[in-house]
Design a protein around this ligand. Structure first.
Ligand code: NAD
Length: 396
């Protein structure tokens, strides 16, 4: 099958197997270029390992620290005539590269929120690795079936209390319009906290601890975002921000629970980047386009792989996590620097459909989005037939 991008709003419904493989190879090269992470993780569980920050975490652990990795994700396999989701192809490529490098890699495709998947993963760790010394929690999901009640909970991206109106970007046409978003109602906040908050992270850690598969000195990290004030009504002070506050609460609780095995729980605040999850948030793609331009001009732009490499190399494994006053690791530090934020804030007021391509990196945003699905990578023949039904080795 010849595969081309089919974009519907903020998702692309196709993915390119060789393109995704190339994207994974490029990420591996970034990590290898920097050399070995001294004292890095050795046995790692990544929950949400197939795309975005989770995939880059898995790559940084495996190729920066020769770690054995177990990955959990929810992706759709392909068939003849239908492509898989990008995360599936990313994992096919990751496992192939890991095998060639002599690294253990095992993957689980299923609902990470369920008791069954937790049980299967724990069993596998028990049998194959004994224990893990790092657990990354990087799920981003619009819904969760609660494992105890069976209730299907939905996460929404809404302001809390009042309407929010601001500029937004049509990421297909490049038009800068205004968007007005109604505030959360009913149990929107509770449902969003139930999906994107910390309960499932805590359930994972409780189950792993109970099964005795956490090594002495284990670290666990969940990812968060704060961002600048212009996005606070829809992010930090919105429904998703309430969920992230809950993640921080759970981090403190996990810290106490892990103390007996000298373990440590962290929240790492990462940079705003185009991923499948962030492209769905109103206002954020315009902010990201302005941010990319400012950071590229400054020479300190990073993608998910550079962020995760820096998190491991310079914070988690060199004894200098450098937490903020709330105990969070901040690899969003370069994004949030006064210099970058002043530029972005000024341009936020000025930006419109006419000057978007001059003062923002719309091309970078669009390229970044397409790359998530394996399109627009150098050295891939997009005219050639490709096998869309490739399987993840550890799942076949
Ligand atoms: P993403 O959409 O790229 O990745 C989500 C991952 O979760 C995928 O591996 C997917 O398969 C998996 N997943 C979703 N539902 C699942 C389920 N039910 N069972 C198993 N796996 C499931 O998202 P991302 O942007 O990398 O986000 C990961 C984390 O990073 C989130 O907590 C997000 O808030 C945080 N973060 C993102 C940004 C950003 O700008 N993208 C910035 C800071 C923090």
């Amino acid at each position: 099958m010849i595969v081309s991008p089919k974009i519907r709003g903020f998702i692309c419904t196709t993915a390119h197997p060789e393109g995704c493989a190339k994207h994974v190879e490029e990420q591996i090269a970034v990590v290898k270029e920097k050399g070995t992470i001294e004292g890095g993780p050795k046995k790692v569980l990544v929950i949400g390992s197939s795309t975005g920050y989770g995939l880059s975490s898995r790559i940084a652990a495996a190729f920066g620290s020769n770690a054995a990795t177990v990955g959990v994700f929810f992706e759709r396999p392909g068939s003849e005539g239908k492509t898989a989701t990008a995360g599936w192809y990313n994992t096919v490529a990751f496992e192939k590269e890991a095998k060639e490098a002599g690294l253990y890699a095992r993957s689980f495709n299923g609902d990470a929120f369920s008791d069954e998947v937790k049980h299967e993963v724990i069993q596998a760790i028990h049998e194959d690795l004994g224990q893990v010394d790092l657990v990354i929690y990087s799920l981003a999901s619009p819904r969760r079936t609660h494992p105890k009640t069976g209730e299907v909970l939905k996460s929404v991206l809404k302001p809390i209390g009042e309407n929010y109106t601001n500029k937004t970007l049509n990421t297909t046409t490049g038009a800068v319009d205004e968007v007005s978003i109604e505030p959360a109602e009913g149990d929107d906040v509770d449902q969003t906290v139930a999906v994107m908050g910390g309960e499932d992270w805590e359930m994972w850690m409780d189950a792993l601890m109970k099964a005795g598969v956490l090594a002495e000195g284990v670290q666990t990290v969940a990812y968060s975002y704060i961002g600048p004030e212009m996005t606070w009504p829809i992010y930090k002070n919105g429904t998703i921000g309430a969920a992230k506050e809950d993640v921080e609460k759970v981090q403190r609780s996990l810290d106490s629970k892990l103390a007996p095995i000298s373990g440590k729980a962290w929240v790492s605040v990462n940079k705003a980047l185009v991923t499948q999850a962030s492209s769905a948030i109103p206002v954020v793609p315009l902010y990201i386009s302005l941010l990319y331009k400012a950071m590229k001009d400054e020479g300190n732009h990073e993608d998910t792989i550079e962020q995760m490499d820096r998190l491991f190399r310079e914070r988690l494994y060199n004894g200098k996590p450098d937490p903020d006053e709330a105990g969070r690791i901040r690899v969003d530090d370069w994004e949030m620097s006064d210099k970058i934020q002043e530029i972005v804030a000024k341009r936020w007021d000025e930006v419109d459909s006419d000057n978007l391509r001059d003062i923002a990196d719309f091309e970078g945003y669009q390229n970044g989005f397409l790359r998530l699905f394996g399109f627009g990578l150098d050295g891939v023949d997009y005219e050639a037939e490709t096998d869309t039904a490739v399987g993840v080795p550890s799942l076949s």
